[in-house]
Design a protein around this ligand. Sequence first.
Ligand code: MEV
Length: 338
Amino acid sequence: MKSVASAPAKIILFGEHFVVHGTKAILAAIDKRVTVTSSFTENKTIKINSQLGTLEVPMSSSHEEVKSELRPFVYLANKMINSHQDVNGLEITVNSDIPIGVGLGSSSACCVAATASISGLFNELSRKEIINLSIEAEKTIFPDTSGADCTVCTYGGKIVYPSIEKIGNTFDLNLLIANSMIPHSTKSSVEKVNKFKENDEERFSQLCELENGLIDEVIYAIKANDVPTGFENTDRSLHNRLQEEEKDGREHFLGKKMSENQKYLEEIQVSNDTLRDMISSLSEISLGSKITGAGDGGCIIALIKDENMDKVPELLGKGKECFSVKIDTKGVVWETEK
Ligand code: MEV
């Protein structure tokens, strides 16, 4: 029996770091995926094959003994094997096209896909149960996680966290991801922000309020995309033109809000010279841009009009990677083969 599950990468459109301290965030799942395949073996071990290497530990091993990024897999395997005494061994294989350690949610997508894949061998879980268990697994390597990344990888689409409201599925943003190619540690960046908060509680709480206010405005702007009632059956071309104009105005607004959000991220010191240079090199064509994810390296996102997309590689210069984003609407998917 084989159980296969895959989950998408993610970007944070607004609210990273502040979300760890209770603000809202807006996230989107994107079209890069990790696939996890699980099957029973007779080897009395838990074996994990991945780009990070192969790990094989006795069935009785605790995840705490595993000193590596593969710990969440051992945690999940233990958790599910413990309630099914007749299992002799488990093999888990991870295949990913999500770059690791650059803010695109690789570890959360792995936790979500692994939860769905391993549980598929036993009892299928609901999406809510997958989120809860994958967050528990992620906490074995990153105890402070807000849970936002695992949530969007599970549901797909664009969501508001923590309400898990899906928004803006009726239009696409022309979003570009540019990778600084500097790996970062989310755990260390989050610890750095905790220190900033400890040193200046008052300013940090003002910034959280500003971030929440900004996100409320963005939610309103994204939702305003709904087709106005009464237009559906009248003049299509007028309707389309109005939609176009609205989209244009909304994109400018969202771009402005992204740049405003970046100022807050600069203030809490999760940016660096490379990220600032990337943002400024795109400023002549972007409507707005910001870090996505933990910062201190990793990726930026920029809102760029279609007609300017081909200018991006030259403006960014050598040694950076860039691609345009398509939103994934499926979230985690899984199937079991007998
Ligand atoms: C990392 O993708 C996003 C952070 O806000 C951490 C978290 O929400 O768990 C930095």
